[in-house]
Design a protein around this ligand. Structure first.
Ligand code: NAD
Length: 357
């Protein structure tokens, strides 16, 4: 009997549905070829869930995710729901599902294939060969810390971490470094923030106790932001907190020339949530301009998580082959390249993926 994976699919809002459709076509083509099956359970999330349930992330949707082998998410939010506040905001739904699934480590790989080196805002020789992985803490820090308040005159959030929260995400970073080039750069603001001093001390202690074979260095977030632009090739694994990781990983996203290329995997001890780094891009939604690569590569990370490593690797090859053909969606298109819509890009990646098997 062929293996069947239960996947909760949340297209979400804006371009979420467009990029998700390309991922699903590719997953179906791969499963037909490789003899496993996907059973999809589609759920509304974010703005779509506000419209349907008056709640951006109902408990029933979270329950469906917990019953699945993995969850795929497009993106949430958009101007239609911007008037909502607090727990009714689509972004609150995103924070809620991450927290409920306990996915404390957000993995954001960035590599710049040779075919994309000339799409970067940086010089091709500065970005060619970049291959870094940001491990961002996802369910703690200032996005979740209490107390929180806003009385219309004064507003505040709290950046808070405990030693176990830092240790578990640092352990993920060290373990990934061992599978890669054996180097971790931990990013904080230990010159100013107490919470960062605890972060740095904890990372150092864990390193000494369990990972002294891995090279470790520390950077302040301001310097790190500059360094990823000046010399991105120096990085292997970047370990950082929720807020700093949010900002830093969007900066690393520019290296390949578009946010539309960046996948992510959010992992805990049990569940896996796979989503592009980008948002719902309301400015281009419904126009066939969205780059489906970030969502497609997120599906590849999901296949790795499910143990379907051959299918996962085939997607990465298919994506590089589509780029090598000169195909570019609107975000990356320039004179001399073939302009592709979302679905054309998805179709060619799918063809090339199957060819590579
Ligand atoms: P965004 O990532 O949606 O868009 C930023 C810019 O990148 C836009 O110019 C957009 O057109 C472009 N872009 C993004 N993805 C692209 C793709 N796949 N192909 C081509 N171009 C792409 O960020 P934003 O504009 O700040 O936010 C829009 C909405 O998305 C907001 O409601 C925000 O809260 C939400 N958001 C959601 C998530 C998420 O669901 N994980 C993440 C970030 C933002």
């Amino acid at each position: 009997m062929s293996k069947t994976y239960k996947i909760t699919v949340m297209p979400g809002d804006g371009i979420g549905a467009e990029v998700m459709a390309e991922s699903i076509k590719l997953l179906d083509a791969l499963s037909a070829r490789l003899g496993f099956k996907f059973e999809y359970n589609e759920q509304a999330a974010g703005g779509a869930a506000i419209d349907k349930y008056n709640d951006p992330m109902p408990d029933s949707v979270i329950a469906a995710c917990k019953l699945s082998d993995a969850t795929l998410l497009g993106a949430m939010g958009g101007p239609k729901w911007d008037h909502h506040t607090g727990a009714m905001r689509p972004e609150s739904g995103l924070l809620k599902i991450r927290k409920e699934l306990g996915v404390f480590a957000n993995l954001r790989p960035v590599s710049v294939p040779a075919a994309l080196a000339d799409s970067s805002p940086l010089r091709p020789e500065a970005v060619s060969g970049v291959d870094l992985l940001t491990v961002r803490e996802l369910i703690g820090g200032i996005y979740f810390g209490k107390p929180v308040g806003n009385d219309g005159f004064e507003a505040f959030n709290t950046m808070r971490y405990t030693v176990p929260e830092i240790e578990r995400v640092a352990r993920v970073a060290f373990e990934w470094a061992r599978k890669r080039r054996n180097k971790v750069t931990s990013v904080d603001k230990a010159n100013v923030l107490d919470v960062s001093r605890l972060w740095r001390d904890t990372v150092k202690q864990l390193h000494a106790a369990e990972f002294s074979d891995v090279e470790l260095n520390h950077l302040y977030i301001d310097n790190a932001t500059m360094q990823v632009v000046l010399n991105p090739r120096q990085f292997d694994v970047i370990l950082t907190s929720n807020l700093f990781g949010d900002i830093l990983s969007d900066t690393t996203a520019t290296l390949g020339g578009s946010l539309g290329l960046l996948p992510s995997a959010s992992l805990g001890t049990k569940y896996g949530l796979f989503e592009p780094v980008h948002g719902s891009a309301p400015d281009i939604a419904g126009q066939g301009k969205a780059n489906p690569v970030a969502m497609i590569l997120s599906s590849s990370m999901m296949l790795d998580f499910l143990g379907e490593t051959k299918a996962a690797a085939a997607i990465r090859k298919g994506y590089e082959a589509a780029l090598a053909q000169g195909l570019r969606t609107a975000d990356l298109w320039r004179e001399g390249y073939k302009k592709a819509s979302t679905s054309e890009m998805g179709r060619v990646i799918c063809e090339e993926t199957l060819k590579s098997l």
